[in-house]
Design a protein around this ligand. Structure first.
Ligand code: ARG
Length: 279
């Protein structure tokens, strides 16, 4: 990737505080129910992520946490919006099903959104990423662990954007956002081995200038990042990933989210991007 002056674009995000965060069931390999979560620490770390985004000039909406939904802090999974249309989530596991209802209620009252309820299982931005300036605007979509590939076709019909299906093959990287991230409107970073060989070829064809991550970067949740096009917010463990994005011209901003990692997520999982209609 060439060394450019990377420019930020102001974003609108949705986050949900980890007020009822626990690890009380195991639906991904990172979750260990035998070690108690430090709830106060989780909340403190979440708050520092929120203020980091606000201090970078972004708007952060907060969704109220609901008791009985310990994974609700991972707000990225609640829906996927492109150009004012919201494709709702439908969770793979019953423990998280009601989160979709809370997210739908947010969009129903938050303004000019066209909300479309899904027929197929999909976990929102966990498995969908949008690149507005790549090929005129494309969606990258993961499957293999959570989102049903039928939801990729459904998302394409709902959003009217090409959806590229990518097969995830490593259970440690069960959502697309653990293995790939948008660095700006047209550039991505990803860990190739998290994808099938065919999907690796698809990514190499579409993004020959991608920043490639290795297994250690992915295990440090270094790909579970949020970027505004210049500032790349990523977790403190992901030191090498910070160097890689800096070498590509971005500015890494590290935030400690050690408690949220216990549920199998980090920065990106905790931040949904809201993409209202362009006018
Ligand atoms: N415990 C949650 C789950 O397994 C973590 C979700 C992480 N979110 C994400 N966007 N990757 O569903």
């Amino acid at each position: 990737m060439s060394q450019l002056e990377r420019s930020p674009r102001t974003r609108t995000y949705l986050m949900c505080p980890p007020e009822h965060f626990t690890v009380e069931y195991t639906i991904n390999p990172w979750m260990d129910t035998t070690v108690a979560v430090d709830a106060a620490q989780a909340l403190k770390q979440w708050e520092s992520l929120r203020t980091t985004l606000v201090d970078l000039g972004h708007v952060v909406h907060v969704l109220d946490a609901r008791p009985g939904l310990p994974d609700m802090v991972y707000s990225a999974n609640g829906a996927f919006s492109v150009d004012g249309t919201v494709y709702g989530a439908r969770f793979r596991y019953p423990q998280r099903a009601d989160e979709a209802v809370a997210h739908q209620a947010f969009y129903d009252t938050a303004g000019a959104w066209r909300f479309v309820a899904p027929q197929h299982v999909n976990e929102g931005e966990g498995d969908f990423a949008y690149l507005p300036a790549a090929y005129g605007g494309i969606v990258l979509a993961g499957y293999g662990f959570r989102t049903d590939p039928a939801a990729h076709a459904e998302a394409q019909e709902v959003l009217g954007r090409p959806v590229i299906s990518l097969r995830l093959v490593d259970p440690a990287f069960y959502h697309l956002d653990t293995a790939l991230a948008a660095l700006d409107d047209r550039h991505v970073t990803y860990y190739p081995e998290a994808f099938s060989e065919a999907s690796q070829r698809v990514l190499a064809q579409l993004f020959p200038d991608a920043v490639l991550a290795d297994r250690a970067d992915a295990e440090a949740f270094g790909l579970n990042l949020v970027s505004d096009g210049r500032h790349v917010v990523l977790n403190t463990d992901a030191v090498d990933m910070g160097h890689k994005v800096r070498a590509a011209g971005y500015h890494p901003v590290h935030v400690d989210l050690s408690e949220l990692k216990r549920g199998g997520g980090s920065v990106k999982c905790a931040v949904a991007e809201l993409r209202p209609a362009q006018r």
